[in-house]
Design a protein around this ligand. Structure first.
Ligand code: SF4
Length: 63
């Protein structure tokens, strides 16, 4: 299944693990993780899924 959208819900604890796992898609902005713009998510499908798995707050979502 292709990933068309990636988003982060409220509750980020600023641990930075998503950025460590997939810096191509996630970045820190004012101490909160955000999804970078203009990224082809399908190139990074596996690491997006891993980031969602390891996020301690469980707030990384994709569809
Ligand atoms: S892994 Fe989750 S809690 Fe940690 S910075 Fe990323 S979105 Fe925030």
């Amino acid at each position: 299944m292709a990933i068309e959208n990636v988003w982060i819900e409220e509750g980020c604890i600023s641990c930075g693990m998503c950025v460590q796992e997939c810096p191509e898609v996630f970045k820190m902005d004012n101490a909160l993780a955000v999804v970078k713009e203009d990224v082809d998510f399908n190139e990074y499908e596996e690491s997006i899924k891993r980031a969602a798995d390891i996020c301690p707050a469980g707030i990384i979502k994709f569809s």
